[in-house]
Design a protein around this ligand. Structure first.
Ligand code: G1P
Length: 294
């Protein structure tokens, strides 16, 4: 059985939800306290056993590459000032097994994936959307890789959302069949991207992590753009599901949707409460603030 060693992280979108902050910098570099969003995603992939990552960027995303490169002047400066802790933080972001490819036009997630094909070749792979940061005992990508290792099927991370949020996510219609394995793996009937509340087949949402077989590339090659001129990943997965079964794995983790303002702030608070430089004071601040708000 093929081991999952490669991951794709697309970051070519405009980040309009954070304008004007993202006018001149990629949203993936917005910091959660002191760590950029994209670094959480890369760390999750590595913690899940991924060995090589391709990041699909665009022309306005060059700073993402710089973030994972060395910065000799800065490193020398920190060394001279004996700031070993900061030096270590800077150096641990320098990744040799990261690859970058550009998507010329932001034509949707399935189009972005097209540019990963030469890198992925004929292997199953992980796809991670950086807008989702997870906190849990086991990395979410690892939870999906374990499913692949056991069943050799494409699998999508799923989480229940409240009804009022179904129009922000890909929503899953499950098949009636009994779940597989430990009872958290369900065959997918179909996916619908960001449905209106009254058209949602469930409130089980696609949570931005996928293991896909390389057959998805053939599906994408045969796709035509949708009404908005985009190549939609949800539609590609629906087509894949017609010829080979795709499963939804109910994942064990808390999700922070840092692609929207509130989720971003919640993640910053959550991370700040576990950060050694901010935990105590942030906790007191929140407690005091809560009293005033009451
Ligand atoms: C994408 C996917 C959607 C998924 C979501 C998770 O949407 O298209 O199916 O539920 O990520 O965050 P986006 O947030 O890029 O609009």
């Amino acid at each position: 059985m093929t081991k999952i060693k490669k991951a794709v992280i697309p970051v070519a979108g405009y980040g309009t939800g954070f304008l004007p902050a993202t006018k001149a910098q990629p949203k993936e570099l917005l910091p959660i306290v002191d760590k950029p969003i994209i670094q959480f995603t890369v760390e999750e992939a590595i913690a899940s056993g991924i060995e090589e990552i391709v990041i699909i960027t665009g022309r306005h995303k060059r700073p993402v590459e710089d973030h994972f490169d060395s910065n000799p002047e800065l490193e020398e400066n920190l060394m001279r000032k004996n700031k070993e802790d900061l030096l270590a933080k800077v150096q641990e972001t320098t990744m040799t097994d990261l690859f970058f490819v550009r998507q010329p036009y932001p034509l949707g997630l399935a189009d972005a994936l097209r540019y990963a094909k030469p890198f992925i070749g004929d292997e199953p792979f992980a796809l991670l959307l950086a807008d989702n940061i997870f906190e849990g005992e086991e990395p979410v990508t690892k939870q999906l890789i374990d499913v692949y290792s056991e069943h050799e099927v494409s699998v999508i991370a799923a989480l229940e959302e409240t009804k009022d949020k179904v129009d922000q996510y890909g929503i899953i219609a499950l098949q009636e069949d009994a779940p597989l394995g430990d009872g958290t793996l369900y065959p997918i009937d179909s996916l619908i991207e960001k449905p209106q509340q009254d058209q949602a087949p469930s409130n089980i949402a696609v949570a931005g992590r996928y293991i896909l077989t390389p057959d998805i590339f053939d599906v994408i090659d045969r796709m035509t753009p949708n009404k908005q001129g985009k190549y939609d990943l949800t539609e590609a997965i629906n087509t894949l599901n017609k010829t080979q079964r795709v499963f939804a794995k109910e994942i064990q983790a808390d999700r922070f949707d840092v692609g929207n303002k509130l989720g971003f702030m919640e993640m910053a608070i959550h991370y700040g409460l576990s950060h050694p430089e901010t935990d105590t004071e942030l906790r007191s601040y929140i407690i005091n603030l809560a009293e005033q708000l009451d």
